[in-house]
Design a protein around this ligand. Sequence first.
Ligand code: GLC
Ligand code: MG
Length: 551
Amino acid sequence: MNTDPTQQTATGWWTEAAIYQIYPRSFADSDGDGIGDLPGITSRLDHLVELGVDAVWLSPFYPSPQADAGYDVADYRDVDPLFGTLADADKLIAEARSRGLRVIVDLVPNHTSSAHRWFQEALAAAPGSAQRSRYIFRDGLGPAGEQPPNDWQSVFGGPAWTRTVDPDGQPGQWYLHLFDTGQPDLNWDNPKVHEEFLGVLRFWLDRGVDGFRVDVAHGLIKQANLPDWQEPQEILSGNEIDKPRPPMWDQEGVHEVYRQWRQVLDSYPGERVLVAEAWVEPAERLARYVRPDEMHQAFNFEYLLAAWSAPAQYAVITRSLEATDSVGAPTTWVLSNHDVVRHASRLGLAIGGGRPNGIGIGDPQPDAALGLRRARAATLLMLALPGSAYLFQGEELGLPEHTTMPDEARQDPTWARSGHTQRGRDGCRVPIPWEADAPSYGFGPTDASWLPQPPSWAEYALDRQREVPGSTYELYRAALRLRRAHALGRGTLEWLSSGDETLVFRNGDVTVLTNFGDAPVPVPPNAEVLATSAPLNEDTIPTDVTVWLRG
Ligand code: GLC
Ligand code: MG
């Protein structure tokens, strides 16, 4: 599919890696305060080895007021006491490395926390000062500056501007925050900001990390003069190539930032990588982030968002491969993360319906059994695709979203900022179950859990699934082992058929078939079944099942 003969195709561990996202608050709690921490993660690294992943990506663990669960960073070169110490981070990196696991950390360059020293200095300084020019401060509109400088909305709801109070108590300038009030956007037109982040990259590269997942990578540069945008705010850049692009997303200038960062990473030994969290569509636009001198990978959210149907899956897989091939980068695949409804629940909602931003009491509830069945089929399909796959902690247990969490327990700023119209992301962030009969299901030594765990979670606990044939955990393990043995991550996809009901493709010596239709499909004669997402019925593949075949 690579149409440019001069284009080199990337090689390296990351091009075919299975990368496991750890959300530190909710993975494992070593000290019983109900919040997961770095020593907890270190104590559970053997799980990841047994599962068979190649790398972990850690969501932020830096000092933070936790206005957005750590995506509001107050100090980029330290660890929040909630999660441990820098020594704990060093130990985690060393212990991971000794097990052959790579470590990717989260980098949040679009905004800092309002508690960051820079922002505090900016508030104390005068309008127009060097301190203020690290952020996006503007005078308000209207006779007394009482209106925000433009009409932009926060991704979490409400205006994207907050007015400051001057040291003398008078209302002052406004500052931009595309997310929470506690997350002021940095001014990437300021060379000091560039310099600072080059230092942060080096700080973590020197400590031995294998790369960075770059938060809101499409947001750093804003269109000059910050023009009004009359549209509801979304994190997505807008998906039609010839329509005007939102002035806060996917601006040309971001690419220069990543070219510079790439040079820093390339100056270190050992194939360090940059992964873009860029909600950019269509795939051709996203591919621009992974040109040979920019980032290595970008999350494929178009894939995550695609409907569960043969035509939709065929289209998104084909488009994704073509787009990344055109720049010589590997494709990535992802079904769940800490910002979306877990796929075991999402796929239990009506096909083609809206995609809720969280599910709560009183909302239409997903069909749990159907969701899990489709999630297993989707995962087995995903793990057969060439490229790199991202997994979110707990999905290997078939964990659903917590869809009946009491609203009083919610922590995501989305719930309050949207005026209680969007439940937000807490339901996918609940601490995960390890042992069915232990306090907090083995998340920590006590019952404490920063978000409530549903009573039904005992059945998903790791110790109820380990060595249990047919469990979701054993399905993931088998798939990851076979994926490696058959080198599927570095293979090539060849479609054998793409109808309305089934998809069939070959990758190396493995044939993959997913049945999306109502009628069972016969297993091809003489084929050996290597893996199946649910039991077959005699020699037929039932609805919502993926099989891997040889022969
Ligand atoms: C990214 C993170 C999300 C966070 C937002 C602001 O989208 O994944 O969790 O709220 O950026 O930092
Ligand atoms: Mg703890």
